[in-house]
Design a protein around this ligand. Sequence first.
Ligand code: F6R
Length: 612
Amino acid sequence: MCGIVGYIGTHEASPILVAGLRRLEYRGYDSAGVAVLDGDRMVVRKRAGRVRVLEEALDREPATGSCGISHTRWATHGPASDRNAHPHVGGRGEPAVAVVHNGVIENHDSLRRELEAEGFPFRSQTDTEVIAHLIARELGDGNELFTAVQRALPRLAGTYGLAVVSPRCPGEMIGSRLGSPLVVGLGDGEYFLASDAMAIAPHTAQVAYLQDGESVRLTTRDFEIRHQEHGSITPRIDRIDWKPDAVELGGHAHYMLKEIYEQPDTVIDACRGRIRRDEATARFGGLNLATRQLRRVRRVVLAACGTSWHAALVGEYLIERLAHLPVEVEYASEFRYRNAPLDDRTLVFVLSQSGETADTLGALREAKRRGHPTLAIVNTVGSTIAREADGGIYLHAGSEVGVASTKAFSAQVTVLTLLALHLGRLRNLSFGEGMAVVEAIDSIPGAIGRVLATEPAIKAAAERLAPARSALYLGRDIHFPVALEGALKLKEISYIHAEGYPTAEMKHGPIALIDRETPSVFVAPRGSLHAKTLSNIEEVRARHGSIIAVGTEGDDELARLSDVFLPIPDVPEVIQPLVAVVPLQLLAYHVALLRGCDIDKPRNLAKSVTVE
Ligand code: F6R
């Protein structure tokens, strides 16, 4: 979603800003822009389209100066256009201020009317422009920039991560945060501001995360953080752990493919240091809950969005199976506004790759507001969810750049398998049963590796799926969430409509869709309900539907019933989702490739959804 990069120092700002924006491209956006100060001269360049288009504009008409802000916009209010791109300028005459903004201003309509009545000219359809004019109005009243920003902010209802510069106050930059992340990077005689530490990671490892209600003033010499209500804040400096090559393509055509191929390592990294063989269990350092408290738990709630929600559904099956605890999986966006009953024996987890998803953060805050301890399963270290949760488990999956989540799903399911094992071993799961799970987990990386080696066959299967307008993904029991995830992958990167269903549900409606043009993808490794799945496949065949099946290698009957059979190794049921999802990821990838889609930047999607 929208990205912010700011720089103040002694170097030319534009190249640093553009390089920073490039590092945020993976988040999804549709226009980009910069505002650069050269003394008291401010140049704004902004363009609809890719960062490349902005860069070309800057090549033709450079914006020189060593202080500037920049932005990639993901349209919310008003379509993607040069005018609606950020930065937005404020002031009645010559622009007094330039602003970039992540988030949504809910009362922008009434503010716009008020400001228009006072003669502030509006040039865009965005909600952001009111912020620029509000700050300009405060500047006009003789306030210095930091004070002007802080005086304007209470007028805003909604969420923001902001970066602000003013030609009237050269040599400083202001950032503010409420509900949308912002991080300060500390360099040598230079400072950076970004919505995602990844944008500034090549320049510095030292960062200070702003908290909600805080603003920062940056100059080339120092920085100062103030809270809207509590005044000056002593910043906490963190180090970001970032490997320079972690975001390179490493010879793969796309980040998505690279991340699919990383999954054997993802599983190993998610397990590292967490398996206790002597006790046939798993342990987590960060849960901050005593064994006694975990034994008291009678119910688990898992709240998440999108792919993380699918991982949570796999978790539901695993926790119920291994620990016999009732689990409810909630859409975070629903949970946060529902009055879902929680008691002190309910364990609430939120799951998020980015750790910044607005609805998941909202769910976490709602549980906290009700006095409930909250736990998070998160990938991004230092993200808002990671910092606000009372305890949690990191995925250690490294940066996930591909917009379509793959390795984060695998890391989440791995962690949930370990969690189910841990909760199970605190209850009814015997040593032998626990050890069988540990051994199954040990076999996952090898099994995924073997599926990856079947990519040529998956590529051939993609040719059958690529012309389709619609597809069904079907799975039973623990494979139902895998079917949902496979369908999501297909629709988000290839734009083919796909629906995931529990296999037997097909008869209750979706079967009406089956015809020669609508393929069904069955997730059907051998397991307790396999015979029933085979009957369901027969039902589709009887209606001339074509069948792609993911099944256990050597399953001749399934192979005979399918038009395309994609084998996976014979592994225990508890880890089958981690292995069975891989052919579906590759299938979606190759379908998208055949259809000429922009795989790492699918239309309309954002990597981190920081608005509701
Ligand atoms: C799909 C995908 C999204 C995210 C969802 C939640 O490939 O990536 O569905 O899973 O937006 O994001 P996180 O996990 O960052 O909270």
